[in-house]
Design a protein around this ligand. Sequence first.
Ligand code: SAM
Length: 321
Amino acid sequence: MEDQFQRKIEYARISVTDRCNLRCRYCRPDHQEILEHKDILTYEELLQICEMFCRLGIRRFKVTGGEPLVRHGCLSFMRSLKQLTGVKQVTLTTNGTLLRPEISKLKEIKIDGINISLDTLNPEKYQKITGSYQLEEVLTSIDAAWEAEIPVKINKVLLPEDTMEDLWPFVERFMEKRKIPVRLIEQMPFGNQKVESAVLTGETILKAIRQSGRSAAKLDTAFGNGPASYYRIQGAVAPLGLIEAVHGNFCAECNRIRLTSAGWLKPCLYSPPTISLRDLLRSGRSEEEILQKIHKEIFEKPVSHHFGEKPSAEEMYRIGG
Ligand code: SAM
């Protein structure tokens, strides 16, 4: 469907849990509150809502969290989601720590792609950022997904302390030796976080690449559903994506809505949630009534985010990244 600004909304990010086995410092507050099981949507409710989204023209779904793979039954849910009438694409975003044992099942359900979030290839830094020692497990998962020929992308948040020394290993390991695109994402401010600006911006990264004697040509092709701009780095077989989540001016092309694990509809990542689809479903409202409400909220999707001015009130783990 189209919203009031004639944007075609056809992509939904569905959070299946607010729980995660990592504690990435930019994502989760120290004293996080997690939802009780009764407060998160059941898989049946999630499918009911996704079916309604399909009726409104949403065709592509990303399963997210928290960490989606910590929730038991996530793969069966994705299988059922893939089978809904009208669904064209189901992808997953994961931190990769629990992925390896699931690769063959993901292949079997014909998952359309996996985004793996990984901020560093240095074990010490990995531990500092995530609070976990599972870097090797993540790297093995990435290799296993790649060998199984599942389309994989790496998402790396740009941290204030990052230098090009942190980025070159990503280029070498994923974009040169394997055909895995790497996307660099500007850190967004959520909750009470103060985001220090990163030394590296899209512009400085491209400049450094060119100064190293390699060309970085902008590509017209999109390699996903999101707002990344892509570059072909000389010598690399996979492209580099830049997602200027705070400073980028891409709200005019935004095609997405979000559903939190508690059942809130969020037409914009930045803005407060709108309606509780969980409460509407559990109070026995008719599907037609709920559909009309979803339609109204999507139609009224805000024109743009305001990350550049102040943080969004909710943390990312609650919303679903
Ligand atoms: N656990 C899954 C994963 O790691 O992909 C899904 C949820 S996670 C919240 C989704 C994505 O949001 C990750 O790539 C993570 O790095 C990103 N993210 C979390 N907080 C962020 C922030 N403050 N700014 C930018 N990206 C953020």
